[in-house]
Design a protein around this ligand. Structure first.
Ligand code: UD1
Ligand code: CA
Length: 455
C-alpha cells in the first residue's frame, strides 16, 4: 500500500507575496499542481495534501482537478515535521509506504519518484530519501552518510557547522517512509534548532537503516523559497521544453529568448523565431514559421502559417495563413485557409472564409466573412451600439473600399463593392455597388486669381 502526502501549509515568507507560495506559477502551472502531477500515477491508494496558510485559497485552486487530494489541516504551522504529524489521525489504520513531497519542489520527474519507490521497496530501509550533489548546496539541508552508505542524519544549513556546510549532498525534500516506523518517531520530535520548528528531517536519524538515492539530474530537485529560485526553475523548465521540441523537429533561432508551455504541441519543421512565446494549450501545424516577436495563447494553427510580430489569443488559424506584422487575433477569431491578416488588424469573434484578405488597419468584430473577400484599408465593423453587440455578414468575393464603416447589424451580399469612405447602415444586395458618402462638390474659381497690379 502506498500513500502520498504533499506539504503545502507553509507561508513562503521569502517570496514576499500575497499568494501562497505553492500557488506561484511556473510556465503557467502552479508549483502545487506540478508536484501533484509528478506523483499522480504512482498507484497510490491515498493522496493527502497538508494545507494551512491560506488553506481555502489553496483548496479553491485545485477545485477543477479531476481527482482532488484529501485535505489535512495544519494549524498553526510549526514546521515540516509538525505538518506530517497531522497525518497520524487520517492514516491511523494505514499500513505501507508513505511518500512525502515538498510542495515547493516542482520539477521532479515521475520516473524519478518511481525509481525512489522501487529502490525503497527492494531494500531493508525504514526510509529512503532523494538527494543530489549540488555545486552550490546553499539553502538546503545537508545529508550525511556513513561508510556503509546509510544515512546518519540531515542537518539544516542554518544548524550546520562550518565544516558540515562543505558537504554538498543535499536533501531534496522527497522521502519514502515505512509509515508504521515513521508514526512511532513522529510524536517525539523536538524543536531544538535555529528556527525552533519541528523538522521532518530530524526523523531520519531515528529511522534506521535510512538510505538515499542521488538524482542523475540535479535540476529536478530545485526547491523554491524566493523569486530568484522561481526564476531559476522557470529557466530550467523552459530549457527542458525547448530541448524536447528540438528533438522532435522544431527549430529555434534564438532558443533562450522564447518560452513554451507544456500544453503546446508542435508539428515538424516549425521555425520559432526570436522573442516568441506560447502559453496555454496551443497546436502549431507542420511548417509554421512563428515570430519574431509573437505571443500565441490557447490557439490552433494549421500547417504553413506564418506569424510575425503579432498577438494571438484563443484563435483558430487554418493552413497557409499569414498574420502580421502587428496584428491581434482575439478570442473567437477563426481564420480560413490562405487568408492574409496584415498590419494593424484586429479580429474578434469573427470567421473568415478561404483566401480572404484584411491587409491594413482594420477592426473586424462579431463578423462572418465569406471566401476571397477583400477588406479595404481602414475598414471597421461598428459592432457595438453602446448596449449590445451586433453581427456583420459579408458574402464571398465582396470588396470593401478604404475607410468603410459597416454599422451592424448588417448583411452585405456576395460580390458586392462598397465605395471607399462609405458608412453602410443598410443591407447590400448581391452584385451591387454601394456608395454611402457625401457627394463631392467642386466650386470653380473659389479663390479669385491674384491681381496682377503691374498688368
Ligand atoms: C526543506 C528541508 C530541507 C530540504 C529542502 C528541500 C526541512 C526541515 N528542511 O527546507 O532539508 O533541503 O526542504 O527543498 O524539512 N511546510 C508545511 N508546514 C510547515 C512548514 C512547511 O507544510 O509548518 C511546507 C511548505 O509549504 C513547503 C515545504 O513544507 O512546501 C518545505 O518547507 P520550507 O520551509 O520551504 O523548507 P526548506 O527550508 O526549504
Ligand atoms: Ca523550501
Amino acid at each position: 500500500m502506498l500513500a502520498v502526502a504533499v506539504l503545502a501549509a507553509g507561508k513562503g515568507t521569502r517570496m514576499c507575496s500575497d499568494l501562497p507560495k505553492v500557488l506561484q506559477p511556473l510556465a503557467g502551472v502552479t508549483l502545487l499542481e506540478r508536484v501533484l502531477n509528478s506523483c499522480a500515477a504512482l498507484g497510490q491508494q491515498r493522496t493527502l495534501l497538508i494545507v494551512g496558510h491560506q488553506a481555502e485559497r489553496v483548496q479553491a485552486a485545485l477545485r477543477s482537478r479531476r481527482e482532488g487530494p484529501e485535505f489535512v489541516w495544519q494549524e498553526p504551522q510549526l514546521g515540516t515535521g509538525h505538518g506530517v504529524q497531522q497525518l497520524l489521525v487520517p492514516l491511523k489504520d494505514f499500513r505501507g509506504q508513505l511518500l512525502v513531497l515538498n510542495g515547493d519542489v516542482p520539477l521532479l520527474r515521475a520516473e524519478t519518484l518511481g525509481q525512489l519507490l522501487r529502490q525503497h521497496r527492494d531494500s531493508d530501509a525504514a526510509v529512503t530519501l532523494l538527494t543530489a550533489r549540488l555545486e552550490d548546496p546553499s539553502g538546503y539541508g545537508r545529508v550525511f552518510c556513513r561508510d556503509d552508505g546509510t544515512v546518519s542524519a540531515i542537518v539544516e544549513e542554518r544548524d550546520c557547522s562550518g565544516e558540515q556546510r562543505l558537504n554538498n549532498r543535499v536533501n531534496a525534500g522527497v522521502y519514502c517512509f515505512d509509515w508504521q516506523q515513521l508514526s512511532t518517531v513522529l510524536p517525539g520530535l523536538g524543536a531544538d534548532n535555529d528556527q525552533g520548528e519541528l523538522y521532518l528531517t530530524d526523523t531520519i536519524a531515528r529511522l534506521q537503516p535510512a538510505r538515499q538515492l542521488d538524482v542523475a539530474d540535479a535540476g529536478e530537485i530545485g526547491g523554491i523559497n524566493d523569486r530568484h529560485q522561481l526564476a531559476h526553475c522557470e529557466g530550467l523548465l523552459q530549457q527542458r521544453l525547448r530541448r524536447l521540441w528540438m528533438d522532435r523537429g522544431v527549430s529555434f533561432i534564438d532558443p533562450a529568448s522564447c518560452t513554451l508551455s507544456e500544453d503546446t504541441l508542435f508539428g515538424r519543421d516549425v521555425v520559432v523565431e526570436p522573442q516568441t512565446h506560447f502559453r496555454g494549450r496551443c497546436r502549431i501545424g507542420d511548417g509554421c514559421r512563428i515570430g519574431p516577436g509573437a505571443l500565441i495563447e490557447g490557439s490552433t494553427l494549421g500547417r504553413d502559417v506564418t506569424v510575425c510580430f503579432a498577438v494571438l489569443n484563443q484563435a483558430r488559424v487554418a493552413e497557409g495563413v499569414s498574420v502580421g506584422p502587428y496584428a491581434h487575433l482575439r478570442p473567437g477569431a477563426d481564420i480560413g485557409a490562405h487568408c492574409r491578416i496584415g498590419n494593424f488588424v484586429e479580429v474578434k469573434q469573427s470567421s473568415l472564409g478561404q483566401g480572404t484578405r484584411v491587409n491594413h488597419l482594420s477592426y473586424l468584430g462579431d463578423a462572418s466573412l465569406g471566401d476571397r473577400v477583400n477588406v479595404g484599408a481602414g475598414t471597421i465593423t461598428a459592432n457595438y451600439d453602446g448596449v449590445h453587440k451586433h453581427r456583420t455578414v459579408i458574402g464571398s468575393s465582396s470588396k470593401t473600399g478604404a475607410n468603410s464603416v459597416l454599422v451592424a447589424p448588417l448583411t452585405v451580399g456576395e460580390n458586392v463593392t462598397i465605395a471607399a469612405g462609405s458608412t453602410i447602415t443598410r443591407d447590400a444586395e448581391d452584385n451591387s455597388l454601394v456608395i454611402a458618402r457625401a457627394r463631392q462638390l467642386s466650386k470653380a474659381n473659389y479663390r479669385p486669381l491674384p491681381e496682377n497690379g503691374e498688368g
